[in-house]
Write a protein that binds this ligand. Sequence first.
Ligand SMILES: [Cu+2]
Length: 206
Amino acid sequence: MLVKLPKAVSADDYMAAVKAGSLFPEGALDYSGPGLTSPGETAEMWLRVDPGQYIIICWNSGHAKTTPVHPFTVEEVGADDNRTPKEDLVLKLFDSRFELEGNLHKGVQVIRIETPGPSIHEVDIFRLHEGRTVADLNGWRKQQGHGPAPAQALGGALDSHDVSRVAWLRKEFTSGRYALHCEMPVTNTELTHADVGMVREIEIKE
Ligand SMILES: [Cu+2]
């Protein structure tokens, strides 16, 4: 995940807040990112960033507290690179469901990911292993990915505090069963959005 830090907050300050238990340290803005990606997978994402100080952080399986974050700066100067990719289909993240405009099919596809919300959401894309179900996937994610994986994580689009932000994902799909999964927490509970229905299985045929 990319996180944009407020002016007076350093990467170390952010980490200290995370270690104290915060998922959303004050003033810092989540700026999406390609999300859960299994070893050996590659995720390709296009998104806009604004000038400022950022970190890259991994939230999976306690890594946010154990793996040093990567700080970087987005400078105001530089070549204009504002041409957005042409999408093949649109994925919309609503409260609390996924809607697809267009169909996923075999081959390379560009997905434009929008968040009509109104809440903030994210999507991780998984390819389910033979015989495994969306319920298996959700159970495995509740364990933060400990134990044998029922699915391969292919990347996705993590949340942005500003829900008007859009991300594009380019991915090659083969035939099989896939799952879209939102792991945002439901406020003041142990539940995720996936637990309250924000999970969707999609089959790509031969
Ligand atoms: Cu969600």
